[in-house]
Design a protein around this ligand. Structure first.
Ligand SMILES: Cc1ncc(COP(=O)(O)O)c(C=O)c1O
Length: 404
């Protein structure tokens, strides 16, 4: 026999996942319903409507892809990219590389633009690249948790529209924590995950797409043989190469016709519904301000401890902070001590940043004053134990003065 499931009461202050809001966990424990039960279809309609609010869009096609955030990225790219399509991918961190890799797997001819980690692109630079390469699709991260940077996107949608390209935005790390008005910024397809600023577990990926994107996907509509009726209109474009991530079929499944596809992940839909409900009840503007305040308090505390902040601070996401590991300190030992002695998880880092910075999240349910103060106090104590000199009490004092 194994023991009963009894996870340690961790405070998850990494770049995601974070602790889920207890209301979301409660929603997930509700009894299951059949996927064609009228009550469940009602919940699906509510989810679409709630996420229209979260994405700030009127898009009819606003739904969940079952799977982690990467599932929605893959669904968007597999459904939008036809083999041979040119795809422009601005890369300023690990998740840009991920989109380039998925785009290649979909048969796209990828043009990758790279920026040094810790910086972002000027929108004029992106405009020049769109004009030069004439992509059919631009795929970009809004915030990249690997570098803690957020790419300005207010103009890119209009730039893409002027050059007949579609724009896909991966908002996994920012949705709910940073402003991303999908319609006002002309973003064609945007997706996210629950485990960051939305305060839920990973495993459901909200996605919205507008009519421009829908038109491109409709050309590739090939309903499964076993479901197809004689008068089901089929597209004349190339079939989408994934069945599970075929947005044409997923859209049919979420539409009034409720054409069968997968079995909806019921408990995850309950979770996604509760995440959006809580966020909209708080109000988007208040949530953005709460994330910004938590970030300001954290960075004030880290600076008061004498630690350096990573990257161009002008473009730092409010929900994740990169902080340099001081000279002579072992990054992994500190993380381990935070976990062992304080039950607090902070993030390691990837690729060129591994061992050089920690990433500390202040997002979703954990974008709170007490979570920030506790993390700072613990980090100070652990660094002292590691014989790194820090002014005692300064971090918490500095953070508190920001919150007051
Ligand atoms: C910007 C971005 N995109 C995609 C992902 C991948 O999300 P998931 O692990 O839920 O598939 C992450 C996760 O950290 C992310 O930060």
């Amino acid at each position: 026999m194994v023991d009963d499931l009894n996870p340690a009461p961790r405070l998850l202050m990494g770049p995601g996942p974070i602790n889920a809001d207890p209301r979301v966990l409660r929603a997930m424990s509700a009894q299951l319903l059949g996927q064609f039960d009228p009550q469940f279809r009602g919940y699906m309609r509510e989810v679409s409507e709630l996420y229209r609010g979260v994405f700030q869009t009127k898009n009819r096609r606003t739904l969940l892809v079952d799977g982690t955030a990467r599932a929605a990225i893959e669904a968007a790219l597999a459904s939008l990219i036809e083999p041979g399509d040119r795809v422009l991918v601005p890369i300023f961190g690990r998740f840009g590389h991920l989109k380039a890799e998925i785009a290649r797997r979909c048969g796209g001819e990828v043009v990758a633009l790279e920026r040094e980690w810790g910086s972002v692109f000027a929108e004029e630079e992106l405009e020049k690249a769109v004009r030069q390469h004439k992509p059919r699709l631009v795929a970009v991260s809004h915030g990249d948790t690997s570098t803690t940077m957020a790419q300005p996107l207010a103009e890119l949608g209009s730039i893409c529209r002027a050059h007949d390209a579609l724009l896909y935005v991966d908002a996994t790390a920012t949705l709910g924590g940073m402003d991303l008005p999908v319609d006002a910024w002309n973003l064609d397809v945007v997706s996210a995950g629950l485990q960051k600023c939305l305060g839920g577990p990973s495993g459901s990926a909200p996605l919205t797409l507008n009519e421009r994107a829908e038109k491109r996907i409709a050309r590739r509509r090939h309903t499964e043989q076993g479901l197809r009726t004689k008068d089901e209109p089929q597209g004349d474009g190339p079939i989408i190469r994934s069945n599970y991530f075929d947005l044409a079929m997923i859209m049919d499944y979420w539409s009034e016709s409720a054409l069968n596809h997968h079995t909806e992940a019921t408990s995850m839909l309950y979770a996604a519904r509760e995440c959006a409900r809580i966020l909209l009840q708080e109000g988007l503007a208040k949530s953005f301000a709460r994330h910004a305040l938590a970030s300001k308090a954290l960075t004030a505390g880290l600076s008061a401890m004498g630690l350096g902040l990573f990257g161009d601070q002008k473009y730092k996401m409010p929900n994740v902070t990169g902080v340099y590991v001081p000279e002579g300190v072992n990054a992994d030992r500190v993380r381990r001590a935070m976990l062992e002695h304080f039950n607090i998880e902070i993030g390691t880092s990837f690729g060129p940043l591994h061992g050089r910075i920690w990433r500390i999240g202040t997002m979703g349910y954990n974008a709170r004053q007490d979570a920030v103060l506790t993390t700072l106090a613990a980090l100070e104590a652990v660094l002292s134990q590691e014989k790194h000199k820090v002014p005692r009490g300064a971090a918490v004092d500095a953070a508190l003065s920001v919150c007051r």
